[in-house]
Write a protein that binds this ligand. Structure first.
Ligand code: BTN
Length: 306
């Protein structure tokens, strides 16, 4: 019911009194005030005058009803250990393709290579459950498609110099604005699920913990609504997954990357390799040209530009 009240206040964009809301939404007058109080507690700025209730600004909230056509596939939590854990459980319980789990905060957010992902207030943290119909050998394309989609919306909607860094970071002006983590379950019958977890620095200041990171607020000098970013991203990512073939994703990813042509150091738990990043092959591996001229294929690792 709260969602209906918010939708109504937004669509009418003027003050509505108890009688009008009660009549249009088919609820008792007496319960409206209670719902309004609860909405105010959730962060909605609703003023009350003798003309009725008026929604005075767009709060930075991520409740499912804020994503109209996706509402039934979006799950919002104020705090979780990690959206990856919630997503894994939901995926095992057969939730539908493109289910999105959002958390306001994570107590055990995680990054690639078992790193911690600090989830400060104002950031955007979510995991998407996907059930792609593709051979397991191509599954890395889903990750490439996700980081590419984010770089595209940051370029196209915010005029930012956003680039993808192998394997899956998004940087703006060479500083990390987003990281992506994926987890998968598959068997002989194919992929059961691929969960893509994304953390985006929106209105938080990651530089306090991580000097080489930035946020949208820092870059644009103002707060940005996280629901706008998420909405744009989900639309772009879903369309790209539906419309693009593997080759197209890879060609575009190469256009948007800052890694190729650079002198890089790749660090894994086992070794460190230095060389020039010359290509990414069809399996998503980075091809390095080493100092002695030989080529080395790198499947995973942290990439540092030297
Ligand atoms: C990385 O850069 O190492 C990847 C970071 C991925 C962080 C996101 S935040 C939402 C989701 N939940 C997690 O615990 N991790 C991912």
């Amino acid at each position: 019911m709260k969602a209906d009240i918010i939708k109504k206040l937004k669509s009418e964009n003027k003050a509505l009194n108890d009688e009008k809301l009660s009549e249009d939404l088919g609820i008792f007058d007496t319960t409206i005030q209670q719902h309004i109080r609860e909405l105010q507690d959730l962060g909605y700025h609703i003023s009350e005058t003798d003309k009725g209730y008026h929604l005075t600004n767009e709060p930075d909230v991520l409740f499912p009803w804020e994503f109209e056509k996706r509402e039934s596939h979006i799950h919002y939590f104020s705090e979780v250990n990690s959206t990856m854990d919630v997503a894994r459980n939901m995926a095992k319980d057969d939730c539908p393709h493109f289910t999105v789990i959002i958390a306001e905060s994570q107590t055990k957010g995680r990054g690639r290579l078992k790193r911690k992902w600090i989830s400060e207030e104002g950031g955007l943290y979510f995991t998407i459950v996907l059930r792609p119909d593709m051979p397991i050998t191509l599954v890395h394309m889903v990750n490439f498609c996700a980081s590419l989609s984010l770089a595209k919306i940051l370029q196209n909607h915010f005029s930012l110099n956003a680039k993808v860094k192998w394997p899956n970071d998004v940087l703006v002006d060479d500083k990390k604005i987003s990281g992506l983590l994926s987890e998968m379950e598959a068997d002989d019958n194919g992929i059961y699920f691929v969960n893509i977890g994304i953390g985006i620095n929106v209105n938080n200041d990651p530089a306090l913990e991580e000097p080489n990171a930035t946020s949208l607020k820092k870059l644009l000098g103002k707060d940005v609504l996280r629901k706008t970013i998420l909405s744009l991203f989900l639309d772009e990512f879903e369309n790209s997954l539906n419309l693009s073939n593997v080759n197209k994703i890879m060609i575009q990813w190469k256009k948007y990357t800052m890694t190729l042509g650079k002198e890089v150091r790749i660090v894994t738990s086992r070794e460190t390799t230095e060389g020039t990043a010359i290509d990414v092959d069809e399996s998503g591996a980075l091809i390095l040209k080493l100092e002695d001229g030989s080529l080395k294929k790198i499947i995973y690792g942290d990439c540092f530009v030297r």
